[in-house]
Ligand binder design. Structure first.
Ligand code: COA
Length: 140
C-alpha cells in the first residue's frame, strides 16, 4: 500500500535522492530544489508517495512537483507538472500514476484551469492530457 500526501521539509533529503536515483543524474534533483526555494513553489502540489507500513518508518517511494511558471509577455502564471520520479526498484507498480492522479485532484481543488506537462504523450494521455498543439497552444 502507498500513501500520497503533501511533502514536508523532513521528506526533502529522501525526495532529492529519489529524483537523483530515478533519473540517474543530478539535474532534476537540482531543478526540484531550485523550484522549492522559488516563488513558483506551491506546497500543496509537492506530493510524496510513502510506503504505508504502520510499524516501520515510512519510506519515500516517489515525488512529484507541480509549480507556477511564467508566461512571456504576461503576468499570468500557469501550473506545470514535473519533475516526477519513482525509485527505480519500485517503478512499474502504479506509483507514478497515483502521483499524477493525486496532482490532478490537487490542481482541480485549487481551481486552476490548465496544467502543463512536458513528457511522452504515450504515458501522459492516459491521465487525460492532450498535446498543446491540438489546443492551438505553442511553447518556445
Ligand atoms: C516516469 C515514472 C515517474 C513513472 O512512474 P511508475 O511508477 O514507473 O509508473 P506507473 O507504474 O504508474 O506506470 C507505468 C507505465 O509508465 C510507462 N513509463 C514509465 N516511464 C516512462 C517514460 N519516461 N516515458 C513514457 N512512459 C513511461 C511504463 O512503460 C508503463 O506503461 P504501461 O502501463 O503501458 O505498461 C518513473 O518510471 C520514473 O521515475 N522514471 C524515471 C524518471 C522519469 O523519466 N520521469 C518522467 C520524466 S517526463
Amino acid at each position: 500500500m502507498i500513501r500520497i500526501g503533501q511533502a514536508t521539509d523532513d521528506d526533502w533529503p529522501a525526495i532529492l535522492d529519489a529524483h537523483r536515483r530515478a533519473f540517474g543524474r543530478d539535474e532534476e534533483a537540482g531543478m526540484a530544489d531550485a523550484v522549492r526555494s522559488s516563488d513558483g513553489f506551491v506546497p500543496e502540489l509537492s506530493l510524496v508517495a510513502l510506503s504505508d507500513e504502520a510499524t516501520s518508518r515510512c519510506q519515500t517511494q516517489g515525488h512529484v512537483l507541480t509549480s507556477l511558471v511564467g508566461l512571456e509577455g504576461s503576468e499570468r502564471r500557469l501550473l506545470q507538472l514535473g519533475p516526477i520520479a519513482v525509485l527505480p526498484e519500485l517503478q512499474g507498480r502504479g506509483i507514478g500514476s497515483a502521483l499524477v492522479r493525486a496532482s490532478l485532484d490537487a490542481v482541480r481543488a485549487l481551481g486552476e484551469p490548465l496544467l502543463l506537462i512536458e513528457g511522452d504523450p504515450k504515458y501522459y494521455s492516459r491521465f487525460g492530457f492532450v498535446r498543446a498543439d491540438e489546443l492551438g497552444l505553442a511553447f518556445a
